[in-house]
Design a protein around this ligand. Structure first.
Ligand SMILES: Nc1ccn([C@@H]2O[C@H](COP(=O)(O)OP(=O)(O)OP(=O)(O)O)[C@@H](O)[C@H]2O)c(=O)n1
Ligand SMILES: C[C@](O)(CO)[C@H](O)COP(=O)(O)O
Length: 239
């Protein structure tokens, strides 16, 4: 990686689909809250110089305490997010000064350095790149009556993940425009794509799951335990 990078970790969601009283990013995964795993991961990447954490307004103080407690020296700001994920990213963007930025979901704690490196390397070449994996199932488009209306060619379908990596000025301009035009998308690539800018995909890993619904939790526990066991045997990524 030629450049210094910053990362915005968005964790201001309510976790409605998880259905727990405590928002999912604060649930325990093995020995630590999910969000702490994610923060520790980015703290460990040598090309990441700055991190901004975006959380719900009621959680800012406890997260600032965690940043101190867990020694997250790269976290330069903990700020309150907005009503939609996109608004939370916009809040985080105001706090970053690096030329290159990644946006990452706080609830994707199992991303690997190899995948993030691939995404950042590709972004430095193309200006905008996101991690993604080819879709493994046959996908159908279904209408309101439950009837299949089309079967898109699977070879062109990718499941999009984070991090999503961009030149900061590009992402800022795209977010400002989306805000002014009241466009709300489900990821950052969408706000950049609509400006007519090409966003490339970098192939990631199926294990970079977004913890979304209750069945994701035991799956994440398993993947984390396996990764730790592999590391103890000197296999896989060491950090
Ligand atoms: N207003 C929001 C909404 C989401 N997020 C963050 O964006 C990431 C991906 O969103 P998702 O998995 O959809 O999380 P939630 O919005 O919390 O989940 P749900 O849609 O089930 O309520 C999460 O880390 C979430 O905290 C955010 O920072 N601000
Ligand atoms: C950005 C994302 O992680 C890509 O998969 C996703 O769009 C996040 O939010 P969602 O609410 O689950 O769509």
């Amino acid at each position: 990686m030629g450049a210094d990078w910053g990362v915005i970790i968005v964790a201001a969601g309510k976790g409605t689909r998880m259905g727990t009283k405590e928002s999912k990013q604060y649930l325990q995964l093995a020995d630590k809250p999910i969000l702490v795993h994610t923060l520790e991961f980015f703290q460990s990447l040598d090309w990441v110089k700055e991190a901004v954490l975006v959380v719900g307004s009621d959680d800012v103080e406890r997260c600032r305490d965690w940043v101190k407690e867990y020694g997250m020296s790269k976290v330069t700001a903990v700020v309150a997010g907005g009503t939609e994920r996109q608004h939370s990213v916009h809040c985080g963007l105001q706090e970053l000064s690096t030329d290159w930025v990644m946006v990452h979901d706080g609830v994707r704690p199992l991303v690997t350095a190899e995948a993030v490196r691939a995404c950042c390397t590709q972004a430095e070449q193309s200006g905008a790149s996101v991690l993604a994996v080819p879709v493994k199932d046959t996908i159908k488009q279904v209408n309101e009556a439950g009837v299949i209306v089309s079967t898109p060619d699977r070879r062109s379908l990718w499941a999009i993940q984070t991090p999503q990596a961009f030149r900061r000025v590009l992402l800022l301009e795209a977010h400002e425009r989306a805000l002014a035009e009241r466009f709300v998308g489900t990821d950052d690539a969408m706000v950049v794509e609509r400006m007519g800018v090409n966003v490339t995909v970098a192939e990631g890993e199926y294990t970079n799951i977004k913890i979304t619904t209750p069945e994701d939790l035991p799956w994440a526990e398993f993947l984390l335990a396996k990764r730790r066991a592999d590391r103890a045997e000197g296999k896989g990524e060491q950090r």
